[in-house]
Design a protein around this ligand. Structure first.
Ligand code: AVJ
Length: 324
């Protein structure tokens, strides 16, 4: 049979550039300066993140991908036929490709903030899985989000797929709110499959966020380059240092940018001053034991319905369900 050139739907629901300016100015006006990690992912940032995933120290992607490869069949049996898979932060789609190949859902709805990568990923899925309806949504899923109508696909259940331990970017309190919203989106009879990096020794964690080739440092610093380019700020990027460490008391890796000198920059109408030695907190990556994450999910109204770990117990994938 001739293969018809495969298509996909594309919805652009990205907030305008004004919210980037607003979030940056707000974050840098706080007594402890911070920037939201979602802004790492401009074109260069997305490419740098892909390079991080290849770094020998960054075990997360390899552990989760091999876990998916080994267990996707089991996961698919658990989730059942005729699912609609909604993915938060589809990125390159490397992990969802494994899930989709095993699960054979009726629809795949990748949601991502990086427009060009989302287009490429959606096109790839449409070409690879001709019987799959692909509905791409370019959006910031950390904000309330109206999804396109999915009823036409007559799915038995909605599955939210949230791999990569991206949930770790939220604080524990934010993650609880986020999960409660996701539960609403999955709806009665629905479920969620979440990839979560496990707590482990600090040496391993510190190495993962301080790779020897400095790709993570470049990824972190790229946020300042983006602010310079898109918002016309004049940060001296060379006078900042990448600083990442495991904060055991809070169960998270923190990434910061340390300014080595005093800097004054103008962003929009605002003058920002950074002292020598002052930090900008750019990311949290919270780590959860299996039990901690299950308790969090229960608090958000989900029922923990199974989990899978790699043999080294580096990473977990949790299945959470919503009762009918
Ligand atoms: C994509 C959010 C899961 O927190 O480990 C990688 C991003 N930051 N190295 C993570 C990241 C530094 C990553 N997540």
């Amino acid at each position: 049979m001739a293969r018809i050139s495969p298509g996909f739907a594309f919805y652009d629901r990205l907030p305008d550039a004004g919210s980037f300016l607003h979030d940056v100015v707000c974050g840098l006006s706080r007594p402890r300066k911070e920037l939201p990690p979602k802004y790492f992912y401009d074109e260069r940032g997305s490419a740098l993140f892909e390079a991080i995933c290849e770094a020998p120290e960054y075990y997360l992607t390899r552990a989760e991908t091999s876990l998916m490869t080994a267990r996707a069949g089991e996961m698919a049996r658990r989730l059942g036929p005729r699912c609609a898979v909604i993915e938060y932060g589809s990125g390159s789609g490397r992990k969802s490709r494994i899930l989709v190949a095993a699960l054979k859902p009726v629809a795949y709805v990748p949601i991502d903030i990086a427009r060009d990568q989302l287009r490429a990923t959606a096109a790839g899925f449409a070409a690879e899985f001709p019987n799959l309806a692909v509905v791409a949504v370019c959006a910031d899923y950390s904000r309330p989000l109206a999804l396109p109508e999915l009823d036409q696909f007559a799915a038995r259940r909605r599955i939210i797929y949230f791999p990569g331990s991206t949930i770790g970017n939220f604080t524990v309190t934010e993650a609880a709110v986020f999960l409660a919203n996701a539960r609403g989106l999955a709806g009665a009879g629905g479920g969620m499959l979440v990839g979560v990096d496990l707590k482990k020794d600090a040496v391993r964690l510190n190495a993962a966020y301080n790779d020897a080739r400095g790709v993570t440092a470049e990824f972190n610093l790229n946020l300042l380059r983006r602010i310079n380019r898109e918002l016309g700020a004049g940060f001296d990027v060379g006078a900042f240092r990448h600083h990442a460490f495991y904060n055991a008391a809070r169960g998270r890796v923190e990434m910061h940018l340390l300014s080595l000198k005093e800097q004054r920059v103008k962003i929009g109408a605002r003058a920002i001053r950074i002292r020598a030695g002052e930090s900008i907190h750019t990311e949290n990556s919270c780590k959860y034991s299996v039990d901690e994450f299950r308790r969090l999910a229960i608090g958000a109204g989900f029922r923990p319905a199974g989990f899978w770990c790699d043999p080294e117990r580096l990473f977990a994938v949790h299945y959470l369900t919503v009762s009918d």
